[in-house]
Design a protein around this ligand. Structure first.
Ligand code: FDA
Length: 310
């Protein structure tokens, strides 16, 4: 219950314009713990640095909840440019996209603009041998994101597009079951948005239990599973589970966020597991940064100390 109160307080405060202005102007040096840089060149350099530790990268151009088609199209162009740049730097582009940033919910020419732009992005990723993961946002977007994911898998194949399921939502186990026919590539997360109890579990213990069930069921179904968590007890249990069920290391990977548990990332990679780090970059870092602060009380002190120093 404390987790929920803490998270809603931080996200509530962070949503106020004067606070946003203050943090944006004073906290960039602090935000850099979680954000790889403001430009794509910095993100590509950061992926190369991770590679030195045997860790893979997942680019995320920051931005979400875009409200006009022109901005959404510009955002999509920037993602296409990133994929080309990454390929030119010798990388197979692996990126995450929030459909709200490329026009989901806006109809242009009779089709959802988010879907149109996602098609362009996934088509290019397929050409470059890359992969696109559709991030999962707040609960009103889940239905449309899963529908669009199904279409994209049908058109481009599950080896080029995946999506995310959030264990805090009551609906998620049924959503996972319904996707099995696609043999999907799924990233399992606990969930980072402030959601009402009518749709999301308020107790952390329930969210954690649901997380374990989702990962185990998905692995048993033979689907590629991205175990995206920093939770050491879950990671230890997943290691035991795969050992006990004869599941190969090639069927799953561990994923973590840039700037969080670098020690654990390196350790898992050294043990021979595939480890991928979600690497956000861009100028629109505020909402992402607020969610990271809302995940952990100690992070508020980290921000305040950084702002006072800056
Ligand atoms: P939990 O919150 O229980 O934390 C476990 C431990 O991890 C903590 O004790 C602490 O040590 C460390 N930790 C966690 N968060 C930290 C932080 N902010 N700062 C410092 N330490 C921290 N969510 C979503 O809704 N949609 C999405 O598409 C994604 N995508 C995504 C991709 C990847 C690769 C990851 C790792 C996570 C996401 N998330 C997400 C975020 C996810 O929902 C969740 O909010 C965070 O991963 C934190 O939850 P944990 O599973 O780490 O567990």
């Amino acid at each position: 219950m404390f987790d929920r109160i803490y998270r809603s307080t931080v996200l509530g405060v962070a949503g106020q314009k004067p606070i946003e202005h203050l943090v944006r102007s004073r906290a960039w040096s602090v935000a850099q713990r979680f954000v790889a840089g403001e430009e794509s060149g910095a993100a590509i350099a950061a992926v190369k640095e991770l590679a030195a530790d045997g860790v893979l990268g997942n680019f995320d151009l920051l931005g979400e909840f875009v409200t006009d088609p022109q901005t959404a199209n510009e955002f999509a162009e920037r993602i296409l440019a990133l994929q080309s740049q990454a390929a030119a730097a010798g990388l197979k582009p692996y990126i995450s996209v929030k459909l709200s940033s490329v026009g989901q919910g806006m109809t242009v020419g009779g089709t959802d603009l988010g879907l149109t732009n996602a098609r362009r992005i996934v088509a290019q990723a397929r050409e470059l041998g890359g992969f696109v993961c559709l991030d999962m946002e707040d609960h009103p977007r889940v239905d449309q994101t899963l529908e669009q994911f199904r279409l994209l898998v049908g058109e481009f194949g599950a080896e080029h597009v995946g999506t995310v399921l959030q264990s805090y939502l009551h609906r998620t186990e049924a959503d996972r079951d319904a996707l099995d026919d696609l043999h999907p590539n799924l990233r399992m997360v606990k969930g980072a948005y402030l959601e009402p109890e009518s749709v999301a579990m308020p107790q952390k213990a329930d969210v954690d239990a649901s997380y374990r069930r989702l990962v185990y069921t998905n692995l048993k179904a033979g689907n590629y599973t991205n175990v995206a968590t920093h939770d050491e007890s879950i990671i230890a249990d997943v290691k035991l589970f795969v050992l006990g069920h004869g599941i190969q290391k090639s069927q799953f990977e561990f994923q973590m966020l840039y700037g969080i548990r670098r020690d654990l990332q390196k350790k898992l990679a050294a043990e021979g597991f595939t480890v991928r780090v979600y690497l956000p970059y861009g100028r629109d870092w505020y909402a992402y940064f607020s969610r990271r602060i809302a995940e952990r009380p100690a992070n508020v002190m980290f921000v305040l100390r950084g702002m006072l120093k800056g």
